[in-house]
Design a binder for this molecule. Structure first.
Ligand SMILES: Cc1cc2nc3c(=O)[nH]c(=O)nc-3n(C[C@H](O)[C@H](O)[C@H](O)COP(=O)(O)OP(=O)(O)OC[C@H]3O[C@@H](n4cnc5c(N)ncnc54)[C@H](O)[C@@H]3O)c2cc1C
Length: 370
């Protein structure tokens, strides 16, 4: 165990994008910050790895440029349902970079900013005693902190679980592939989105010409299929574009990564004094490609409000107000997309593409520096 002190001013729990953003902003302002991350080294996470324009703006604001880590550029989007495909240019370039590379870059930047980053340290529980937070670590040690920023993402800390969200039942899968060279080239600079019975997903290139397949599915659809392998087979059989892309492709991992009961539509309401950031503050449906942008935005907002003397409750209220409307629309659309109505209206949606896509983007995206 490498947590050398027993008391810190500012403790950040979780070294994803939100946690690193908080740590970078606080350390850059000269504050004493310790960040604890449970994984010993950079790791893959369930994520579409699509970096929106807004997310890139937040990264640039702290001096992290995704292109320096080999990010692929995305200029257009293709949407496919069964045999129908529609295509549209994105209004501005987006990027795609593996979470393993991006999170590592942000954490390295946190260290360079003066933050004390400790990897391989899992926080087991957290309690408030008077005005001191006590974090119990899995290795038996404990740590006292004046302020705590909870950035554990998809994982809830014992005793500090989030709500279920409005659409809290979907399961997410992610798997990296090496496509045939002709399909790699066909996918270049585009993201392929696909709708299927009970779910939706996307395929895009990340660094090193690797393709990332990420999808969400209703538990009932997964059960009906009989498991991941059968589900993927049925989606590929049903979807012309995905069938082409995965023809002759090699999966780079034996099994996909999976995450269960994603609390889409969850929006923070917490007056305990704990600062919740990233997925611990808000979980927007993945099709918006905006989760990382919100994680970075909430991290920046929390740190900046903290530094200006605001309380955690004031920060939560402000974030809630900023995200509420777009979160409701995005979650409603996500529910429609996985329902039988979604399958029925998909051809109509495709015929109105890209205008329909522009409307959805305008009503679900969170503006930069909201
Ligand atoms: C299926 C799916 C697809 C998505 N696709 C996209 C997309 O294409 N574009 C986009 O912008 N967003 C996407 N998102 C959303 C995005 O992945 C999240 O919003 C983002 O990862 C949130 O970042 P975070 O820092 O809050 O959490 P995370 O990235 O989950 O980081 C949390 C960190 O905390 C650590 N941790 C957890 N518990 C503890 C503990 N007890 N002690 C110490 N450390 C701990 C974890 O190891 C982890 O590193 C997608 C999400 C899903 C589910």
């Amino acid at each position: 165990m490498s947590v050398s002190r027993q008391t810190v001013d500012h403790l950040v729990i979780g070294g994803g994008l939100a946690g690193s953003m908080v740590a970078i902003r606080l350390a850059a302002a000269g504050r004493d910050v310790m960040l604890l991350e449970k994984e010993r080294s950079a790791h893959h996470k369930v994520c579409g790895e699509f970096l929106s324009y807004e997310a890139v703006e937040y990264l640039n604001a702290v001096g992290v440029n995704p292109l320096n880590f080999g990010a692929a550029t995305i200029r257009s989007v293709r949407l496919c349902s069964k045999n129908k495909v529609a295509e549209a240019a994105l209004p501005f370039a987006a990027f795609s970079l593996s979470r393993r590379a991006l999170d590592a870059a942000m954490m390295t930047h946190a260290v360079e900013s003066g933050c004390n980053v400790q990897r391989g340290v899992l926080v087991d529980s957290l309690k408030l005693h008077g005005d001191v937070w006590i974090a119990q670590l899995l290795n038996g040690e404990s740590l006292h902190a004046r302020s705590v920023f909870l950035a554990t993402g998809k994982h809830d800390l014992r005793g500090w679980a989030r709500g279920h969200g409005i659409q809290g039942n979907l399961i997410g899968f992610k798997l990296h592939w090496q496509l045939e060279p002709v399909q790699t080239n066909a996918l270049r600079e585009s993201i392929d989105l696909f709708l299927f019975r009970g779910g939706y997903g996307g395929l895009s290139l990340v660094e090193g010409n690797v393709a990332n397949l990420c999808l969400v599915v209703l538990p009932s659809a997964l059960r009906r299929a009989g498991g991941w392998t059968e589900l993927l087979t049925s989606i590929v059989e049903d979807n012309r574009m995905l069938r082409q892309r995965l023809h002759g492709a090699n999966a780079l991992w034996k099994r996909p990564l999976a995450v269960f009961s994603i609390p889409y539509g969850y929006l923070v309401e917490d007056d305990s004094g704990l600062w919740r950031v990233g997925d611990q503050a808000a979980v927007i449906p993945s099709f918006t490609g905006d989760g990382m942008s919100i994680a970075l935005h909430s991290g920046m907002l929390a740190a900046d409000m903290y530094l200006s003397g605001a309380s955690a409750q004031e920060y939560h209220r402000r974030l809630h107000t900023q995200l509420r409307r777009n979160m409701s629309v995005a979650t409603l659309l996500s529910r429609v997309m996985v329902s039988s109505i979604g399958r029925t209206v998909a051809p109509l949606y495709l015929s109105f593409f890209p205008n329909a896509m522009r409307w959805i983007a305008a009503t679900t995206r969170i503006p930069v520096h909201a």
